[in-house]
Design a protein around this ligand. Structure first.
Ligand code: SAH
Ligand code: SF4
Length: 348
């Protein structure tokens, strides 16, 4: 059996492991700091541990990080990072520059099983869930091995996969990312993006207070079920109810992501329906023009249509930003992460 990966483990779990070696609690603290605060994966580099202890722990456990295979830079500065996992699976993380810092968009699954019609990741299907180590490791790998690393301030779980379909591992990863022996990000700087698995939204709210983004994409059930099969099981009323009661960090609003697809969900009537659907919900909108990809069945709307849609939301007192997808030229834009090296075309 594989030795346990310390990058998967909480402080208490490492403490338990080393207590068998008769070691003091603070040793767990030291190990975690090496892993998460110095990006060290070799026990030999942990110079404040005795040589004997290093040898003992090496026999008991291992530490893995995803390896950076390739970094592609877009004209707008967005960077798509291809990472190789221990079993050879490729995943992607994206770095997006936002005024004064980088936001890292991390993957929670290799592929995705949710089958949204407009999403390239969805078209590939699910390969497997990522472990907490593989989720946290994306952050550590970039923080310590790229020049941008020290300026990563926000984490969005908006890369490949559906975080709430890999709930336990995502939650554990968030706990590690926000713990003071880990990378130590504030919960206010973490955003989980979901297609709307309602019971898991409720659970997330009970378990931890992080920002929530919901990929909404339609103003009524008929359109949403057509675009996102998950809506059949968890229709809009239930989804909006879960959003209404979701405990956001103080003074933060839920973000609804809405991809505008020409002639599908971008009419004035759609915008008006959206405002009534969300009446009374403390939220803001990110309007994303559909990112076309080879073989995609939808088109991006004209700028004029985008503006009209945005204006209707603003008139109803919502914050609505148009987010042109970053990194288009390198397929790092929303929904274009495939994790297939040098291959962004569709092979279905
Ligand atoms: N599964 C989660 C997290 C992945 S985020 C979720 O769906 O929220 C992927 C984001 O990219 C989602 O907001 C999705 O709506 C968006 N997206 C997918 N395909 C897209 C496309 N072709 N153009 C623009 N945005 C897209
Ligand atoms: Fe999966 Fe999100 Fe893409 Fe839907 S939009 S297929 S849930 S990654």
């Amino acid at each position: 059996m594989d030795k346990p990966d310390l990058n998967n483990m909480s402080f208490e779990e490492i403490e338990g492991l080393i207590s068998h070696l008769g070691k003091e609690k603070y040793r767990a603290h030291q190990i975690l700091k090496w892993i998460h605060q110095s990006g060290v994966s070799s026990f030999d580099e942990m110079t404040n541990l005795s040589k004997v202890f290093r040898k003992e722990i090496k026999e008991l456990a291992r530490i893995t990080f995803p390896l950076i295979e390739e970094i592609e830079e877009s004209k707008d500065g967005t960077k798509k990072v291809l990472l190789k996992l221990e079993d050879g699976t490729f995943i992607e993380s994206v770095l997006i520059w936002e005024k004064s810092h980088w936001t890292q968009c991390v993957s929670t699954q290799a592929g995705c099983a949710m089958g949204c019609r407009f999403c390239l990741t969805g078209k590939y299907g699910l390969k497997r869930n990522l472990s907490p180590s593989e989720i946290v490791g994306q952050i550590t790998a970039l923080r310590f091995n790229t020049p941008e690393g020290r300026d990563i301030k926000n984490i969005v779980m908006m890369g490949m996969g559906e975080p709430l379909a890999n709930y336990e591992n995502t939650l554990k990863a968030i706990r590690i990312i926000t713990s003071d022996t880990g990378p130590c990000f504030s919960k206010r700087r973490i955003t989980v993006s979901t297609c709307g698995i309602t019971p898991m939204i409720r659970r997330l709210g009970e378990d931890i207070s992080v920002n929530l983004a919901v990929s909404l994409n339609a103003p009524n059930d008929a359109k949403r079920t057509y675009l996102m099969p998950v809506n059949k099981k968890y229709p809009l009323k239930e989804l909006i109810d879960a959003c209404r009661t979701y405990p956001m960090p103080r003074r933060r609003m839920i973000t609804f992501e809405y991809i505008l697809m020409d002639g599908i969900n971008d009419s004035e009537e759609d915008a008006k329906m959206l405002t009534s659907l969300l009446r009374g919900v403390h939220c803001k909108f990110n309007l994303i023009p559909f990112n076309e990809f080879p073989g995609s069945e939808f088109k991006s709307p004209s700028d004029k249509k985008l503006r009209i849609f945005q204006d209707i939301l603003i008139k109803h007192h919502y914050t609505a930003m148009i987010r042109t997808s970053k990194g288009k030229d390198i397929s790092a834009a929303c929904g274009q992460l495939s994790g297939r090296k040098h291959d962004n075309s569709l092979h279905l």
